[in-house]
Design a protein around this ligand. Structure first.
Ligand SMILES: *Cc1c(COP(=O)(O)O)cnc(C)c1O
Length: 370
């Protein structure tokens, strides 16, 4: 097996893999499983400093984004889509699918969204049911300061939907303090489980918005209201993937027992950026660097595909290119969750140094994680 140093999926800890292989019962009929599910959701909410209810949905991270939009949007609703990255802009498609009117607020993709210009915009127009924002826009590694943007949106009475699938647990998230109405997470990023689960955390305001709809939610699988009263009624809308949830539980316990997780991500991300810039490589963004992924541009004349191929074939390490407008433009190194260790980054950057030299890239000094 190769080492995945991609910005999700990550490598998976042995205790998580083992938990996924425990013998399973029938999650619909086994009443204990309802407790296990609820306790796992509460553990997750606790790690995000919130009293809001979280739900684990069977489906990859994208399902969480779609479920948030499907559940809140009614035909004709105006939705402010904060766009400074590929995932940021992508929310507009979901909004349109469910009949809403997405209004794009597009800013420089190399910079985080700034509060003051947004405030000026909202002074002129704040007639939005909710706004979407991506915490860490993974294709560019852009981190938005949701501790400022979400409270600002709430000031104007706008509900906030935040995609922190690749942001949370590597970057701070305080759901209640920052006024995040729906937070979307996924199993395969910093949580470091295999792919397959998404998590949504829903505020009372967001629940009210769903309950007070005049029209029905135009989905079953992406309808968050189908989980209402699941615990009291001992009824899930569909049969839960027990093994995935056993794995998730262990991964969340791992995070709980790792009080330095945020500090470690910050340190390793800073050292990674230093190592690249010291060698003369350029980071893609000008500010807003996420602690979970580092994105750099490729010196002229060298193809990203050649770097990725050599990393994989000669060093057994998988890095990622990017997609959409960034396809072929950048390389992404994931340092999230279980992967975020000094040893992994030393190994990765030493290999990258060798590959870049072999491909004839002129470096100011060696790419070295110090
Ligand atoms: C990974 C990720 C998702 C889930 O989407 P996939 O691309 O299908 O893995 C959603 N949002 C963000 C910001 C992500 O990084």
């Amino acid at each position: 097996m190769y080492k995945m140093m991609t910005p999700g999926p990550t490598m998976v800890a042995e205790n998580v893999r083992s938990a996924r292989s425990i013998e399973t019962g029938n999650p619909d009929l086994d009443l204990d499983f309802y407790d296990f599910y609820k306790e796992t959701c509460e553990l997750y909410s606790g790690l995000l400093d919130t009293k809001n209810e979280s739900l684990i949905l069977s489906g990859e991270g994208i399902l969480g984004l779609e479920a948030a939009v499907a559940s809140v949007t009614e035909p004709g609703d105006r939705v402010l889509v904060l766009d400074n990255g590929v995932f940021g802009k992508g929310f507009a498609d979901f909004v349109s699918i469910y009949g809403g009117e997405p209004v794009l607020y597009t800013t420089d993709y190399k910079k985080e969204i700034e509060a003051e210009p947004l405030r000026e915009y909202l002074e002129r127009d704040s007639d939005f049911k909710y706004a979407t924002i991506v915490h860490c826009d993974t294709p560019s590694g852009m981190l938005n300061n949701i501790s400022v943007i979400c409270p600002l949106l709430k000031e104007y009475g706008i509900l906030t939907v935040v995609d922190s699938v690749s942001g949370m647990f590597g970057n701070e998230v305080k759901v209640d303090e920052w006024g995040i109405d729906i937070l979307c997470g996924g199993s395969q990023k910093t949580i470091s489980c295999p792919i397959g689960l998404t998590l949504v955390t829903i505020s009372e305001d967001a629940k009210r918005a769903m309950e007070n709809r005049k029209t029905k939610i135009a989905s079953f699988y992406a309808n968050l209201l189908t989980f209402q009263h699941y615990y009291e009624n001992k009824w899930f809308p569909y049969t839960m993937p027990v093994s995935d949830i056993y794995g998730l539980r262990q991964a969340l316990e791992n995070i709980k027992e790792d009080p330095d997780i945020l500090k470690r991500h910050a340190q390793i991300a800073a050292k990674t950026r230093e190592a690249l810039t010291r060698a003369g490589l350029k980071l893609y963004a000008q500010n807003g660097y996420s602690n979970t992924v580092t994105v750099f541009t490729i010196p002229g004349g060298v193809k990203t595909a050649d770097i990725l191929k050599a990393m994989r074939e000669e060093h057994n390490i998988m890095l990622a290119g990017s997609f959409d407008i960034l396809a072929g433009e950048v390389i992404r190194i994931g340092h999230m969750g279980y992967n975020c260790t000094e040893e992994n980054m030393k190994e990765t950057l030493t290999a990258l140094d060798a590959v870049l030299r072999k491909l004839g890239v002129e470096l100011k000094s060696s790419v070295e994680f110090i």
